[in-house]
Structure formats: structure tokens, C-alpha cells
Design a protein around this ligand. Structure first.
Ligand code: PLP
Length: 408
């Protein structure tokens, strides 16, 4: 785990209260630079996948390094603009874009829209025509490769809703090339998230590069080879793909093709640079079963409930007792509300802190207000300095959009 300096979790808890998200911006920067340098010598664009951590200050931290943004809603596109990502580095992906979203993306003149179906290319063409412009597009190809990750985060199989088959993609490129309102500039694939095996990525890149060559033979020249995101990180003891090997695999697949490589990392940049800090409320036992009840819950960090994801937990306590297995659970009224099952922990006291590691990706962003719980505050640390980047949600925030409709 990469930590340049010690984070004073106790002080953070007393200043900002818990539950709290903490992001190490320097660690995010180091991840960005490591991946960027793996592609050195080639034209490349890293477009940070905003959905992994969409706080404006986090996006700005990447924008300042030259990063682009991969967005999956017009809200994310607006966030990218607000945080200072230039229009020519913004990509808009996703299987279901509304007409309004497509229109706004075209008006904002972003780098390209990633089109995910034949029906969608029709909508994009029509809207570009209405606006009297030509829209840059890329087509998301579904290479039908098993990424060997959790089924909920696998996206590159025909069973998944994402992208189009090779033959359909080819038809769509020909159509786009003949259209006054479409400018096919890129090709895209993204086979899943938390990928820890290189072979499926390489095989997908080969399939997609072959399509690029076949398009060249009919005079359709693309500029961007968009390899999506998905690079896995270590949550526990996973062997992960090294950025250098990843880049080499892509370059091997591309051999002879001089396209700009676009990569859309999310988790790789943010996961291990984030911590979720929560406080112990009490311990309890039901029969032989031990529970540690904390003030954070599934509405703050959903990954364990949603994917049974593992997060390392560090207990900050004076307790010298032996470790024994406990379920770490939150106050939400769901049995699925847990951060860990059978996790070895010492006996904990009221107000002891638990640091939940690797919480920087798909953490806060998947949060909700379930059980009328305000979402946590977020703080960022850079060069040892801490700043608040999102204040804690208060009760008034939660009812603001309903209050006026209450009949009295
Ligand atoms: C989610 C997503 C990403 C980022 O995935 P990570 O696993 O976080 O790197 C990149 N591109 C697209 C199209 C996505 O949907």
C-alpha cells in the first residue's frame, strides 16, 4: 500500500467526525503517472473514469495532471467541465443515453461519444442533423471475451448489455462514414472491472485491432484506440497486472497501427488511495456469534454488500486482547449491511476507530440516503495538508426536495 506520510486518522475523526472518506491525492497522482509512463513514446490519453470517484476535487486533481474524463452520464460530463477537464479530453460512454444527454454532449463538443448500439447511432445521427453539425463517435465493440472477474462487473461478453458485435460494428462504421453528421474517429472496448488477468485484455485488443485493419482496407481511418478501463488493484492478496505489461500487451496487439491509445482507468487510480473511517459503537454477541457495530453502513460503502467485496480493516485501539472473528456491521436495517464477515479483530471499545482500506473507488459514489442517513463527508490530503472537499449531509439536505410538498 502506497502512503507517502502517515495519516492521522484520530485527528481526522475528531475534526471531521465519522463516518468519513479520506483520499490521498498524492497516491492518486502516483498511480496516474505510473500508468501514463507505461505508454510513453506513444500518443496516449488517460481519461479518468469519473464514476469510480466523482468528487470535483478528485477530478480536478487528475485534470491538473493532464487527464481526460470518461463519463457515463451527462451529469458526469458536467462534473468534468466544472473540474477543468477540457472538452477535447472528454468521452461519453454508456448503454442508455437519453436524447437530451446526446444533444448536450454534442453541443459541448466533447472528444467523442462512445456509441453502444445500432439504435443509438441512429439517435446520435438524427440529433447531430438537427443541430446542423457532425458528431465525433467511437463504437464500443463487445469482443465476447470472458474477463474472469465478478459477474456483476464483467462487461465484454455477449451475455452482457454492453457494446455491439464485430459484424454490427463494421456495419455501423460504414454507415457513419457515409453520413454527413457522423465522424467515426475511434473504436472502444471495455471488458470488465477489477481485471487481474492480462490474456483476456490482450485477446480483446487483438480482435479489435483486426477490425481497425479491416476498416482501413475500406478507407475508414480511425484515430483513437480506446482500451477502456478495468485494471485491477490489490484489495487483499490478488496478483495484479503491471502497468508496463498491460501497455506492452496493447502495443503488441496494435503492431503497425499508429492510433492514439485512450485508456479509461477508474479503480486503478483511486481505490487504494482512499480510506473509509468509521467508529465503533458497541460490540454484541448473539449466541457464539460476535458483532462489531460501527457508525458507517452499506449506504456509505456498498461494495461488501453488493459484491461480497473484501476490504482490509485496521483497528485503531488500545485493546491488547487476542484476535477473534467478528462480523463488522452497520446500523442499517438489512442483514446485508456489513463491511466484513468473520474478520479477526481484538475486542473493541466504544469510540475505537476502524480504517477500511481501499475505499477510494466505487465507495462514496455508490452511496445513498437509505434509512435517512446523510452521506459522509469527504476530505483530501495533499502534501500533508488536509482539506474538506464535501461537507457531511445534514437532515435538512435530505428533506430539501420534499419539504415543500408536505400538505399542512
Ligand atoms: C466503469 C468504466 C471504466 C472504469 O472501470 P475501472 O474498472 O474502474 O477501471 C472505464 N470505461 C468504461 C466505459 C466504464 O464503464
Amino acid at each position: 500500500m502506497f502512503r507517502i506520510f502517515m495519516i492521522n486518522f484520530k485527528e481526522l475523526a475528531s475534526t471531521y467526525k465519522t463516518p468519513l472518506y479520506i483520499y490521498d491525492l498524492d497516491a492518486m497522482k502516483a498511480q496516474y503517472e505510473q500508468l501514463k509512463s507505461a505508454f510513453k513514446g506513444r500518443k496516449s490519453l488517460l481519461a479518468f473514469a469519473i464514476k469510480s470517484n466523482s468528487n470535483l476535487s478528485v477530478i480536478k486533481n487528475f485534470a491538473d495532471l493532464g487527464s481526460g474524463a470518461d463519463c457515463v452520464s451527462i451529469g458526469e460530463v458536467r462534473r468534468a467541465f466544472l473540474a477543468g477537464v477540457p472538452n477535447y479530453k472528454i468521452i461519453f460512454s454508456g448503454v442508455g443515453k437519453s436524447d437530451d444527454e446526446i444533444r448536450e454532449a454534442i453541443e459541448r463538443d466533447i472528444l467523442y461519444i462512445n456509441v453502444e448500439s445500432e439504435a443509438e447511432i441512429g439517435r446520435v445521427e438524427l440529433i447531430a442533423k438537427e443541430l446542423g453539425v457532425q458528431c465525433r463517435i467511437s463504437i464500443r465493440v463487445n469482443p465476447n471475451i470472458d474477463p474472469k472477474t465478478h459477474p456483476y462487473i464483467s462487461t465484454g461478453l455477449h451475455d452482457n448489455k454492453f457494446g455491439v458485435e464485430i459484424d454490427a460494428a463494421k456495419r455501423m462504421y460504414i454507415r457513419a462514414n457515409n453520413s454527413e453528421h457522423l465522424d467515426p474517429v475511434g473504436i472502444h472496448f471495455h471488458i470488465g472491472s477489477q481485471l487481474t488477468e492480462l490474456d483476456p485484455i490482450y485477446e480483446s485488443a487483438v480482435i479489435v485491432a483486426d477490425l481497425v485493419r479491416s476498416l482501413q482496407s475500406i478507407k475508414i481511418e480511425l484515430k483513437f484506440f480506446d482500451i477502456g478501463g478495468g485494471l485491477g488493484v490489490r484489495y487483499k492478496d490478488e496478483e495484479t497486472i503491471k502497468p508496463y505489461d498491460y501497455a506492452q500487451a496493447i502495443l503488441t496487439a496494435l503492431k503497425g497501427l499508429d492510433l492514439t491509445i485512450v485508456c479509461e482507468p477508474g479503480r486503478f487510480l483511486t481505490a487504494n488511495a482512499g480510506y473509509f473511517l468509521t467508529k465503533v459503537l458497541y460490540e454484541k454477541k448473539n449466541g457464539a456469534k460476535r458483532f462489531v457495530v460501527v457508525d458507517g453502513a452499506m449506504n456509505d460503502l456498498l461494495r461488501p454488500s453488493l459484491y461480497k467485496a473484501y476490504h482490509r480493516i485496521e483497528a485503531l485501539t488500545q485493546s491488547q486482547t487476542e484476535l477473534s472473528d467478528a462480523d463488522v456491521v452497520g446500523p442499517v436495517c438489512e442483514s446485508g449491511d456489513f463491511f466484513a464477515k468473520n474478520y479477526p479483530l481484538p475486542i473493541l471499545e466504544h469510540n475505537d476507530l476502524l480504517v477500511i482500506h481501499s475505499a477510494g473507488a466505487y465507495g462514496f459514489g455508490m452511496g445513498s440516503n437509505y434509512n435517512t442517513r446523510g452521506r459522509s463527508a469527504e476530505v483530501a490530503i495533499s502534501h500533508g495538508e488536509v482539506k474538506l472537499i464535501r461537507r457531511r449531509e445534514e437532515f435538512e439536505d435530505l428533506i430539501a426536495l420534499e419539504k415543500e410538498y408536505l400538505d399542512n
